[in-house]
Write a protein that binds this ligand. Structure first.
Ligand SMILES: [Zn+2]
Ligand SMILES: [Zn+2]
Length: 325
């Protein structure tokens, strides 16, 4: 016999930043809502091999930064790059192909404490070093005028090729989004709405973490600079800005891991321009944390809809309640 139909006030919401639709499907809420994790990790299998970062004696680093207590993070070329700086510009016309121009680097906090770890296990110092290293590599790559946008992603070890925690930086020959004012910038408009509707989770002087109006999933949170632009990535005071971002990220990750202790989380920085031109348009620094493989992820992807099981305002209230005491 069929189960009775579970009717609910489901709603469509549009996400300005991704230009995509989210379905708030209240009748698909699982109990507890976020206890979904990846299938059997390959960790055991992979743990047996050597680590390219822990075991290699000498690293030919592109850059390195040192933090308090001798912590060290390196920027290294990816051993299996998605693209190469030696190549020419991308194709201009449909059905043309060209060798892939781009820069693919790894940002790696060294040390056994980062081996096989997840995002939520990173401490403030390591996150600060990673973000600082990113600003330095962005500045270095800006010398190559063929490259236009740069971002990074940091994934849990279960879904990466290298089990040691690292971020993948990717600079590409494509423009990153730029906007002339807070009124036309989706990130600024999102932030205004999040403040007005109670979706802010953590806020300090120049960084705000909030639940999006139309999230991609139940654990999707954005972290934005509170002012329009990319000044928090500038070389001037880069370390201070990196620490400010890291502090908010750590406070956010503590809340997420209390609410969903087993959920694997990914962090990304959406592409920003490598250089801000003086034409009145600029990018906006926007980091995103989201859960991988939530209950309805596969269904949503197959149907072309992003499914969340709780209205984002309620999710924000729950996550604020998950603040460390
Ligand atoms: Zn390692
Ligand atoms: Zn903006």
């Amino acid at each position: 016999m069929m189960r009775p139909l579970l009717r609910a006030e489901n709603e469509w919401r549009h996400d300005l930043v991704d230009n995509a639709w989210t379905l708030v499907a209240r009748n698909r809420r699982t109990t507890p809502p976020l206890e979904v994790s990846l299938t059997q990790p390959e960790r055991k299998l992979r743990g047996a091999g050597l680590c390219a970062f822990c075991d290699e004696v000498e690293h030919h680093a592109l850059d390195r930064v040192r933090g308090a207590g001798d912590s060290l993070a390196l920027a290294l070329p990816s051993p299996t790059p998605l693209a190469f700086v030696e190549y020419g510009p991308p194709p201009q016309r449909p059905f043309e192909s060209a060798p892939a121009l781009g820069a693919h680097e790894l940002l790696v906090p060294l040390g056994a404490h980062s081996h096989g770890k997840r995002l939520s296990e990173l401490n403030e110092d390591d996150l600060t070093l990673l973000l600082w290293l990113f600003t330095r590599r962005r500045a270095a790559l800006a010398g190559d005028e063929r490259l236009r946008g740069v971002g990074f992603s940091l994934l849990p070890p279960e879904v990466t090729r290298l089990v040691h925690l690292h971020a993948a930086l990717f600079a590409v020959p494509f423009e990153a989004p730029r906007f002339s004012s807070p009124e036309t910038c989706p990130a600024c408009r999102e932030l205004t709405d999040a403040r007005a509707k109670g979706r802010v989770l953590v806020e300090d002087e120049e960084v705000v973490a909030f639940v999006p109006f139309a999230p991609r999933g139940d654990l999707h949170v954005r972290v934005a600079s509170s002012l329009h632009g990319t000044h928090v990535l500038d070389a001037a005071h880069a370390l201070d800005h990196a620490r400010g971002l890291a502090r908010v990220l750590v406070a956010l990750l503590e809340r997420l891991s209390r609410a969903a202790p087993r959920a694997p989380l990914a962090l990304s920085l959406r592409p920003v321009p490598l250089v801000e031109r003086r034409d009145g348009f600029s990018g906006h620094v926007l980091l995103e944390v989201h859960g991988l493989q939530e209950q309805d992820t596969a269904l949503g992807a197959a149907l072309g809809a992003r499914i969340v099981t709780l209205p984002p305002e309620e999710r924000a209230a729950l996550l604020r309640g998950a603040a460390p005491t």
